[in-house]
Write a protein that binds this ligand. Structure first.
Ligand code: ADP
Length: 213
């Protein structure tokens, strides 16, 4: 990193924002400074060239301390979902809410994936979905999870060849705890079989593994 360059006030502000909020997309930095992305571009380009900031596609800018941050991010960018995915707990979408709650406890997971008659992903059921369904006086034995789940095509999925960094970014961006790892069914666009799951726990475990290396 070149230390001697004299930064402008705006560039100092950008560095502060990235230090506090990174990794952060350029458009969010622009928003925080009430500037357009185009106005900000030359500053971001200078700070990246000089080495104060690092840019990563789809993730954004992060503060470059001494190369360590970059090393961590590279580690997560180079390790793939396929290697870390856990076994998914899959139920039929006709399963009752009551039985889904039992499965959550038996299998010790926070999220279940529901499939249709053909075995293709139909929806996601989280703890909160089950709690919400339970606080009414409905008969949970007669209520199928298909009524309360987040349904396709609104389910965020992830492919096995994607990086852990992208998986973590998706979970944070969409405020969800887990992502079904899927394979698209041949000749059937947007139709998936579930082959695994990635959760925030997966990311924490990977972090520990990296730290121990
Ligand atoms: P919890 O309910 O335990 O907080 P989440 O934060 O994962 O768990 O779920 C919050 C909401 O987001 C729920 O309504 C759930 O159905 C939905 N959800 C969970 N995972 C996904 C996903 N992969 N794609 C779309 N929606 C999801």
């Amino acid at each position: 990193m070149v230390e001697s360059i004299k930064l402008t006030k705006r560039q100092e502000e950008i560095i502060q924002i990235v230090k506090m909020n990174g990794p952060i997309p350029g458009k969010d930095i622009a928003e925080m400074l009430s500037l357009t992305r185009a106005t900000l571009r030359p500053d971001l380009s200078i700070l990246t060239k000089v080495g104060n900031l690092e840019a990563r596609p789809r993730v954004g800018y992060y503060y470059n301390t001494d190369g360590e941050t970059k090393e961590y991010i590279d580690w997560f960018a180079n390790h793939l979902v396929n290697e870390y995915k856990a076994h998914p707990i899959v139920i039929k979408k006709s399963t009752s809410v009551y039985d889904a709650i039992v499965q959550i406890f038996l299998k010790d997971v926070g999220t279940l994936y529901a499939v249709n008659q053909k075995g293709y992903l139909a929806g996601v059921i989280s703890r909160k979905d089950l709690l919400r369904a339970s606080i009414g006086n409905r008969n949970l034995h007669d209520l199928p999870v298909s009524v309360i789940m987040t349904r396709m095509p609104n389910v965020m999925t992830i492919k096995p060849e994607v990086s852990l960094l992208d998986a973590a970014t998706m979970m944070i961006d969409y405020h969800i705890d887990s992502l079904p790892v899927v394979q698209e069914v041949e000749q059937k666009p947007n139709t998936y079989t579930v082959i695994g799951r990635i959760t925030k726990t997966t990311i924490s475990r990977a972090f520990l593994e990296m730290a121990n290396q």
